[in-house]
Write a protein that binds this ligand. Structure first.
Ligand SMILES: [Zn+2]
Length: 279
């Protein structure tokens, strides 16, 4: 959430009122729609960019370019156009003042995507229609209680966009650590105090991250954001609150970090057993 939100805010400041000269999708892999054609954006004025869950919506009147960055995509505004040989380019929206809004993706996988939709069809799109309530600001306590009332572990539950939208792999560790909850506690087993702690953590952690980004990020969002993380990616370091060694559990494509003293009753959880348990 916080990374996508600050991207939307900075792009809105930079793009509002800009006019599109042309739009193209090099390679076409990232573009998931063909009607309306991407070049329907040509000649239009952009209104701005808004966040929907973890997605970005570039809005221009009755057309919306919906974008999911996945784990390694970036949507940035550049003063000059990319070389067409730049293989990281996925979608290029060229502005008539020479600037370019560019969706790029790093690494070998091509997972970031874009869809050009009629604005009135965005809410019904598969990627949007199934989203749960947004994590920030946190939904009312009663609603959150209902959303979490599932027999699933908190770590996957909070990352499930159909349950609550906007929380990624990094921030779920921070939320659980802030609320002093085990990643393996089941949502349905939370008591009222625990749900309240999680509710407060959503606003506190995500709000503080956004404030941090507002302070340190200028007009352009950099490739690598200075994420203010306390436990995620900090395995082996001391817990900032109690000094206990932060432990990690490695999964195929992500790492879960936690403080054993404050979150799992002092137990250090074994990697393999629990990775099976989580499936
Ligand atoms: Zn601790």
């Amino acid at each position: 959430m916080p990374e996508v939100e600050i991207t939307a805010r900075r792009l809105t400041a930079g793009l509002a009122g800009a006019r599109v000269e042309s739009a193209l999708a090099p390679g076409l892999v990232a573009l998931k729609t063909f009607d309306p054609p991407l070049d329907a954006l040509a000649g239009r004025e952009l209104d701005g960019v808004r966040r929907i869950g973890k997605m970005l919506a570039v809005e221009s009147g009755d057309l919306t370019l919906l974008i999911h960055l996945m784990s390694s995509g970036r949507l940035q505004l550049f003063d000059a156009r990319a070389s067409l040989r730049d293989r990281s380019s996925r979608v290029l929206v060229r502005l008539d003042d020479g600037r370019e809004l560019r969706l790029r993706e790093f690494g070998t996988q091509q997972r970031a995507w874009a869809k050009l939709l009629r604005s009135d069809a965005v809410a019904e799109d598969d990627a949007v229609a199934g989203l749960g309530s947004d994590a920030y600001p946190a939904p009312p306590l009663e609603e959150l209680t209902g959303l979490l009332d599932q027999p699933r572990h908190l770590h996957p539950l909070l990352r499930d966009q159909r349950t609550i939208a906007g929380i990624g792999r990094s921030w779920v560790d921070e939320l659980l650590w802030t609320a002093r909850l085990s990643p393996f506690q089941r949502g349905a087993d939370l008591d009222a105090d625990e749900i309240e702690a999680l509710h407060a953590a959503c606003d506190e952690v995500l709000g503080a991250a956004l404030d941090h980004y507002e302070d340190v990020i200028g007009a352009t969002v950099p490739d690598k954001l200075p994420m203010p993380l306390q436990v995620h990616r900090r395995a082996g370091e001391e817990c900032p609150r109690c000094g206990t060694r932060i432990e990690a559990i490695h999964f195929r494509d992500y790492v879960m970090c936690y403080c054993p003293e404050e979150q799992t009753g002092g137990r250090v959880l074994k990697d393999r057993r629990l990775s099976r348990l989580l499936k």
